[in-house]
Design a protein around this ligand. Structure first.
Ligand code: PBG
Ligand code: ZN
Length: 330
């Protein structure tokens, strides 16, 4: 005999102890990468308006913040460079300067925090004067094959600066293969490649583009980032990157894409990262500021949803204050 009154589901959630026994645990801090925006100079801390609690930091200020972050046991950081206008040209060549802001940051962070994982975003959009993720062909389209060489150079320069992981986000065809080959040819066989494998052309990147000053000057990124309406294409993107030698796959954004995360989880044996993007962070802050939701409750619920869908690695701005959101009792 099935069902009520023999079966009472409420027995399984009667007490906090029972719920804790049965629930998926919240992911520990070691599962998180904190994305950071690094600017040239010293003693600079520029708040990002649309992202309360997050700043653009000069390297010395980043090291200061990392003391608390490392003490909490956060797994690592994902570095974005903000070079400023003087660092931009049509090809984005500032991205692979040996003395660029990302390169210097990698070395300093590894020296001071050898146990933190240092991952770098590999893209050109913060370094191109037109704001696209690769150089432009005469017609104005992004030149895929010319971008590959520039992205590979960028990844190699990060590895030379002691980055542990490189994370290409430009959504150029063949970028994973080009980067893996370039790394291996220079002996960086141990540099891990985390591909932004299924990255959608999303309206949720707005606050990030403000922080990075990387919005395209003209047009949008729909010609290279995946279209959110096409499920099979989204799955193929990750499968192709796996074939090209990615070590870790990623879905980005995350909260509107739990179906993609769950399906990829069933289709790959690779670790799966979810990028809990800027717009997802700002959205919860904005609701909480207006009194429309409890921030800690919303953060825990959304991150649990990512874990339940099959996320292994959480790339999230919440990591900076891990204890505030995930430390206390449920
Ligand atoms: C650039 C890049 C973007 C993000 C990470 N790398 C923005 C974009 O593609 O326009 C978004 C991250 C976020 O919104 O938090 N290639
Ligand atoms: Zn880009």
């Amino acid at each position: 005999m099935e069902g009520f009154p023999l079966v009472r589901m409420r027995r399984l959630r009667r007490s906090p102890q029972i719920r804790k026994m049965l629930d998926l645990p919240l992911p520990g801090p070691e599962k998180f990468l904190w994305p950071v925006f690094v600017i040239p100079g010293r003693r600079k801390r520029v708040p990002i308006d649309a992202m309360p609690g997050q700043d653009r930091l000069s390297r010395d200020e980043l090291l200061r913040d990392l003391e608390g972050v490392a003490r909490m046991g956060v797994g690592g950081i994902l570095i974005f460079g903000v070079p400023g206008d003087e660092g931009k040209d049509p090809a984005g060549s500032g991205a692979f300067r040996a003395d660029g802001v990302v390169q210097k940051t990698c070395r300093e962070v590894k020296k001071n925090f050898p146990d933190l994982i240092v991952a770098t975003d590999v893209c050109l959009c913060a370094y191109t004067d037109h704001g696209h993720c690769g150089p432009l062909a005469p017609g104005g389209d992004v030149d895929n094959d010319r971008a590959l060489d520039l992205l590979a150079k960028t990844a190699v320069s990060h590895a030379e600066s002691e980055a542990d992981w490189v994370a290409p986000s430009a959504m150029m065809d063949g970028q994973v293969q080009a980067i893996r080959r370039a790394l291996d040819a220079r002996g960086f066989t141990q540099t891990l490649l985390m591909s932004y494998s299924t990255k959608f052309a999303s309206a949720m990147y707005g606050p990030f583009r403000e922080a990075e000053d990387s919005a395209p000057g003209a047009g949008d990124r729909k010609g290279y980032q995946a279209s959110y309406g096409d499920l099979n294409q989204a799955l193929r993107e990750s499968r192709l990157d796996e074939g090209e030698g990615a070590d870790i796959l990623m879905v980005k954004p995350s909260l509107f894409y739990l179906d993609i995360i769950a399906r990829l989880r069933d289709r790959t044996l690779l670790p799966l990262a979810a990028y809990n993007v800027s717009g997802e962070y700002s959205m919860l802050h904005a609701a909480a500021q207006r009194g429309w939701g409890d921030l800690t409750g919303m953060v825990r619920e959304s991150v649990t949803a990512l874990a339940r869908a099959g996320t292994d690695i959480f790339i999230s701005y919440w990591a900076k204050n891990y204890h505030t959101y995930f430390g206390g009792a449920a």
